[in-house]
Ligand binder design. Structure first.
Ligand SMILES: Cc1cc2nc3c(=O)[nH]c(=O)nc-3n(C[C@H](O)[C@H](O)[C@H](O)COP(=O)(O)OP(=O)(O)OC[C@H]3O[C@@H](n4cnc5c(N)ncnc54)[C@H](O)[C@@H]3O)c2cc1C
Length: 439
């Protein structure tokens, strides 16, 4: 009987367990999970902040799920080391270190919020938002503040946009501070980011670009008595709450000192195998092939983590499956507007394309407040940034990921005029020729 061990019980780890159990009820599956919660949706944390869902609504499975799935769950236990030669994992906390043997191992340890080195970063009232405990701590702290308290967001990472609107919806006075000239560079090109910035400002969010924080100080010794963020320009921003939104970094700590090769994340092949025998990795911890550029990149999306987890799980039980590359895809609402983006966000060289052979097709309809920027190369769509007309984002993602030839349809696609039926009729043959999953 095979001993399968999974570290991390979020998107990637859970998808791996489901894939394993869909074909194999016999192998012994052990899950090691540092958080002492039932599995929950990280994606919904900003909805919790906005007061749109309760804490209980975040949980993906009930307490019986592990037993029903035949998984030995070691929750609230952190893996601290992997011995790839002896095929053992060391876990804590325990009275004495505890070792878990494995035949196949999946590292699904996700990512950590980036915490800049800044004086005052550890003060009460300064938070990151990565897990349930962070969200609960922010809500508890915000509950001690007055109705019109202020929040400063440092950095414009993808999560930041959602968290920022959540706190603004709660009536907080929000300031966004980014070092670059444009906001949300991981979600949009500079043009669309400009539209987003205008909407934020119109809705009372103060947006400071080209602004570098150099420190945070407590305005008094009392908790919840206020903070001040100092910028390099000399400006001082009085606030009650600071949220660090600088993005994430893959949590590769367990690979350190082993033969598991890392770059920014853990490097994996198309089966999600790492360089160490019997060891797989999936989700935000990895660096894996991008289906447009072919480069190894780090993803930070739930769907990619699930896809990778599923592929890893099947390969762990000897069912060869290939991951043909992923796409970064995001959809976010912003004060009644929708920002959607997928794939390559802007052509290299100039704004109209150039250096990398990509061309930009841009459609604007000011009456409907719509902007659609699609990027093509050799008739294939490489990416899209869409403002307020996102209904076909799924179709665009599909065209991009299947590398479908869209020659002649560029303008219609950019204007959002190609119907799903149209696209399917033209695309079905391409999809059948290039299946994403190979079992
Ligand atoms: C607030 C927020 C909003 C988001 N919104 C979206 C969205 O709208 N759409 C989207 O696609 N994505 C969104 N994401 C990103 C998405 O949640 C992640 O891409 C996804 O959770 C990655 O899943 P994962 O399984 O790779 O890792 P994670 O979800 O990071 O989980 C890793 C797990 O491993 C555990 N772990 C780590 N180290 C150890 C160890 N040594 N021992 C034991 N356990 C360990 C961690 O405690 C954690 O529970 C959001 C993320 C956040 C934080």
């Amino acid at each position: 009987m095979q001993r399968l061990v999974i570290i991390g019980d979020s998107a990637a780890g859970l998808a791996a367990i489901e894939a394993i159990r869909s074909r194999d009820r016999r192998s012994q599956v052990t899950l090691i999970a540092a958080e002492d919660h039932l599995p929950y949706s990280r994606v919904m944390l900003t909805y919790l902040l906005a007061g749109k869902v309760s804490r209980d609504e975040l949980f993906l499975h009930g307490p019986d799920w592990y037993r029903q799935t035949g998984v030995k769950a070691l929750t609230g236990r952190r893996a601290v080391a992997i011995d790839t030669r002896r095929r053992e994992i060391v876990i804590e906390p325990a009275r004495k270190s505890h070792r878990v043997p494995y035949d196949r191992l999946l590292i699904a340890t996700g990512a950590l919020a980036q915490r800049p080195v800044l004086p005052g970063i550890d003060l009460p009232g300064v938070f990151c938002l990565r897990d349930l405990d962070d969200a609960v701590a922010i809500l508890q702290y915000a509950g001690t503040l007055g109705p019109h308290a202020g929040a400063v967001f440092l950095g414009g990472g993808p999560v930041c946009l959602q968290a920022l609107t959540a706190l603004a919806d709660r009536g907080m006075k929000v300031t966004l501070v980014v070092r670059s000239a444009a906001i949300f560079s991981q979600l949009a090109d500079a043009y669309t980011a400009g539209l987003a910035a205008k909407v934020l400002r119109r809705n009372g969010v103060r947006v400071l670009t080209n602004a570098e924080p150099v420190g945070i100080e407590a305005r008094s010794q009392r908790q919840a008595a206020g903070l001040a963020v100092h910028l390099r320009s000399g400006q001082r921003l009085a606030t009650d709450l600071v949220i660090i939104g600088k993005g994430t970094q893959p949590n590769t700590e367990l690979a350190r000192g082993t033969d598991i090769t890392t770059d920014v994340g853990i490097l994996v092949d198309e089966t999600m195998a790492t360089s160490a025998a019997g060891v797989y990795a999936a989700g935000d911890v990895t660096q894996a092939t991008h289906c447009v550029t072919g480069r190894k990149v780090c993803y930070g999306t739930w769907t990619n983590a699930c896809d990778q987890g599923r592929v890893a799980g099947l390969n762990m039980i000897g069912c060869r499956t290939e991951w043909t590359g992923g796409l970064n895809r995001n959809v976010t609402t912003l004060f009644g507007n929708t920002l959607g983006s997928v794939g390559v966000l802007q052509p290299g060289g100039s704004d109209r394309g150039g250096g990398d052979g990509r061309t930009l097709h841009h459609y604007v309809d000011p009456r409907r407040r719509v902007s659609r920027r699609l990027i093509f190369r050799d008739g294939r769509c490489d990416g899209a940034v869409v403002w307020n007309a996102c209904d076909d984002l799924g179709v665009l993602s599909w065209l991009i990921s299947t590398r479908h030839d869209c020659s002649g349809c560029e303008e219609r696609l950019t204007r959002g005029e190609t119907t799903l039926g149209d696209t399917l009729r033209r695309g079905l043959a391409g999809v059948l020729r290039a299946p994403r999953w190979k079992y």
